[in-house]
Design a protein around this ligand. Sequence first.
Ligand code: PAF
Length: 288
Amino acid sequence: MQTVTSLDMLRTALAGLRADGARIALVPTMGALHEGHLTLVRRARAEADHVVASIFVNPRQFGPNEDLDAYPRQPAADAAMLEAEGVSLLWTPGPEAMYPAGFATTVSVAGVSEGLCGAARPGHFDGVATVVLKLFNQVAPDMAFFGEKDFQQLAVIRTMARDLDLTRPHVDAIIGVPTVREADGLAMSSRNRYLSPGQRTAAAALPRAMREAIAGIEGGAQVAGVLLQLEAGIIAAGFSSVDYAALADARSLAPLAALGPEPARLLVAARIGDTRLIDNMPVGPARR
Ligand code: PAF
């Protein structure tokens, strides 16, 4: 695995990988890698000739009171894991390589960015869309892999790809990979390491309560009532607050008052201590 830190090095390395028409997959990350990221890499390896992984803790997607400085960083361990998974090229730009002096452009995806996490984290999805479009332009991959754990992020990126006529990777080549979970059901996240042992145990109540809510909704219970019960259950389990618990159309993320024929998703963000956890699951007969 080659590691590159400047755009010039990246371009030279990519030209070498592409020489024989090889197909390239991109796995963008912010590091602090766990099994969820490695699952993305394995999927990417199965579908492309070469995997390019990026590690960049993107300041533009953190709000002023968020955890940018505290965000876990473990570059050597991350590189070793990526190398062991057969990644060909690791792109780790510093902030000045990604946002040189005078950088002035923001990509903003209306609608799908606005509710849910977008409401609680103003500017977050602008930061995500801007850096992901830059990564797509820098690497020009044939396909890119993202976790469904960040379901709204995936919807924002797909909308951007469609709206801006991205051809590499076009919207169908943005591949969402199902969430990887711990044995007790908690969705894997780099932020889980912030949890104390007591909080970590309590956190498993989140996916459990979501599964119960889904059973209720699929069984015909009134959605608003189920969502209120879900919020109460999450608080009773030891969470300090619930940012949102919503049933939404799986593509537009518009709120749904009842299950219809289109794929639906249950999405939750809740705080336990200072840590904000998110999770989402498919709802409905088709379960997609
Ligand atoms: O999901 C993430 O880790 C980040 O939001 C991403 C897609 C790498 C953009 O910074």
